[in-house]
Structure formats: structure tokens, C-alpha cells
Design a protein. Structure first.
Length: 319
């Protein structure tokens, strides 16, 4: 390995807006962790968002949230959260100026006694939901964290022994729900999601006769600004003949990125291009493109900053 090896890192992931779209985003946890490592071989870290989200059906979502949050007799016994964007849609449906008027009527009500199970695809989604609950409490609404029992695909302690066997994706989340959820009477699970969500979770729940109410609460599309920044950044690196590592966090991001850089494939192949993926769905989508180009893929062991750093060190060792 050459002692002078270095690379520029492009993180192709959505911005974390756990506090809602009206608040400034927190610094990305992957960027923060990598900067703390002070690794000499990582020249530059660029965080680019290739996706944008349009929240839809806010009136329907608001009605369901009010039912779940304040109605002790609600038929919704559980909630499924497969992305932080879903939680962001909750913020929009609750705290926008027009929306919050619908919630004010409940400020002086007693807190409901029943507990809603919240199935989250990973710890970051669970964290985002907890931020939402904190904001409800700050708004003097009769809700607290005891109103919810959060179960994630990465829980490793206490009574969540089942959960720790599952990975952070929707298919594995479905397995957790099938193992854990005990329906009674006409109980339902509320499943708000993206309009382009995969069918895995829904199909598995139907196969096990678990009743759920699905609502598309956001559309996923291409960020024209992000794509232009991505192309410009990649072209600048190629002109300087620098090694580049692309890190993909979603199948949608993969499609948009490869559509944007078709014309650069020959140039990319003349450089030491590395590709890292997060999650099985993202990996499967990437392999579709990379196999045609004879490029290899490094799959992160888990969606965490440390796992990314380990993957980058693997690239370094192989150079």
C-alpha cells in the first residue's frame, strides 16, 4: 500500500431533520464521527442529499395522529415507522401553524392510559420519534414517553431479546412485528410510509393475517440541486485524478446517482473508485449497476458511523 494513499468521501444520504423540517438540521452523525477520527487518508468529506420529500395527505395523517395520541378507545394498538421522513411528516402534520389548532383542544385533557407499541426500523428512527414526543410535551399536550413502547430491530436488552436478532430493514422489521404483535378484536396497526415503499413489510404482514392501515404520507423525488452538486463534485475529483469513495444509504439514491453519472462511467473506471452501501436493499440495487462495470462493493456490517469507518479502513488496507 502506498503511504500517500488518500481519498475524498461522498456521503449520499438525506439530511437528518429529527426535529421537523422547520428546524435547522443537526450535524450529520457520520460526518461528525469521521471528523473526530482525524484520519490522514480521508482528505475531504462531502455530504450530499440527492433526494427531496414532499409531504402529502396531511389532513388524513393529522386525524389519525389525534386518534392515536388522545383516544383511549382507539383501534390503533401499534405504529410502524420505517424512516425518519415519516416522523418528519408527523411534525408537519402537528406543528405547522394551521395544523396545531386541531391539537390545542386536547391540551387540558387527561392523558390516555393505554400504551401504543411503536415498531421502528432502527435506533435513529426511534430517536426521531422520541424527539417528536418531547415536542408534544413541550406544547402542553397530555402525552409522555410512557404512552409508547418503542421496539426496534436493534434493541439488545431487557425484554427485547427477540428484537436483537433482526437487522435494520423493513423486511426484518416485519419479522419482529410478526413475532411480537398480539392482535385482539378489531385492533389495527397504523403504517404511514413513503409512496415508493417496498412491498416486503406489507406482504409479510398480510401473509400472517396482521391487520394494518397503510397511508402514504410523503413522496420521494430527485433533488435537482443535490444532483448538480454531486456531478460537479465528482467531475472536480476526476480532473484531479483523486481516489473517490461513494457511500450510498438508500436504493432511491442509487438510482438517481447512476442516472446522473452515466456519462462519467469511463472516467470513473480510470480512477480508483470505491463504493460502500448501507443495508441489503441498497446493496442489491448497487450490484445491479456495479456488476455491469466490474466494480466491487463493500457492504457495511451495520448502519453506524463506526461501521463506515471500518469499511474505509478496509479500502485503505487493500490499496
Amino acid at each position: 500500500m502506498s503511504q500517500s494513499f488518500s481519498l475524498d468521501l461522498l456521503l449520499l444520504k438525506t439530511t437528518d431533520r429529527s426535529g421537523g423540517s422547520d428546524e435547522a438540521p443537526a450535524k450529520d452523525r457520520y460526518v461528525e464521527f469521521l471528523e473526530q477520527q482525524n484520519s490522514s487518508f480521508i482528505d475531504k468529506i462531502t455530504h450530499l442529499n440527492l433526494l427531496e420529500f414532499q409531504f402529502v395527505k396531511e389532513d388524513q395523517l393529522r386525524s389519525k395522529l389525534i386518534d392515536i395520541l388522545f383516544n383511549s378507545q382507539t383501534k390503533y394498538k401499534a405504529l410502524i415507522l420505517t424512516s425518519r421522513q415519516t416522523v418528519e411528516s408527523f411534525h408537519n402534520a402537528t406543528f405547522s401553524k394551521e395544523a396545531f389548532d386541531s391539537f390545542k383542544a386536547y391540551q387540558n385533557c387527561q392523558a390516555r392510559q393505554n400504551v401504543t407499541i411503536v415498531y421502528c426500523v432502527g435506533e435513529q428512527t426511534a430517536k426521531a420519534f422520541n424527539v417528536y414526543v418531547d415536542k408534544l410535551r413541550e406544547a402542553n399536550l397530555p402525552v409522555d414517553h410512557n404512552s409508547f413502547l418503542i421496539k426496534t430491530t436493534t434493541t439488545t436488552s431487557g425484554q427485547e431479546e427477540t428484537a436483537k436478532r433482526h437487522k435494520q430493514n423493513s423486511s426484518e422489521l416485519a419479522k419482529l412485528i410478526i413475532d411480537d404483535f398480539k392482535p385482539s378484536g378489531e385492533s389495527l396497526i397504523f403504517y404511514p410510509c413513503s409512496s415508493i415503499r417496498k412491498d416486503d413489510l406489507s406482504n409479510q404482514l398480510r401473509e400472517h393475517s396482521i391487520q394494518f392501515d397503510e397511508l402514504f404520507v410523503y413522496d420521494t423525488g430527485k433533488s435537482e440541486k443535490g444532483v448538480e452538486q454531486f456531478k460537479a463534485t465528482l467531475q472536480a475529483n476526476l480532473k484531479q485524478d483523486k481516489s473517490i469513495c461513494l457511500v450510498f444509504f438508500s436504493p432511491s439514491g442509487v438510482e438517481i446517482a447512476f442516472e446522473a453519472i452515466q456519462s462519467l462511467f469511463d472516467e470513473c473506471l480510470s480512477t480508483k473508485l470505491s463504493v460502500i452501501s448501507v443495508g441489503p436493499s441498497t446493496s442489491a440495487k448497487l450490484k445491479h449497476y456495479l456488476n455491469q462495470l466490474n466494480l466491487s462493493l463493500i457492504e457495511m456490517a451495520e448502519p453506524s458511523p463506526k461501521a463506515l469507518f471500518d469499511s474505509l479502513n478496509l479500502i485503505k488496507l487493500n490499496k
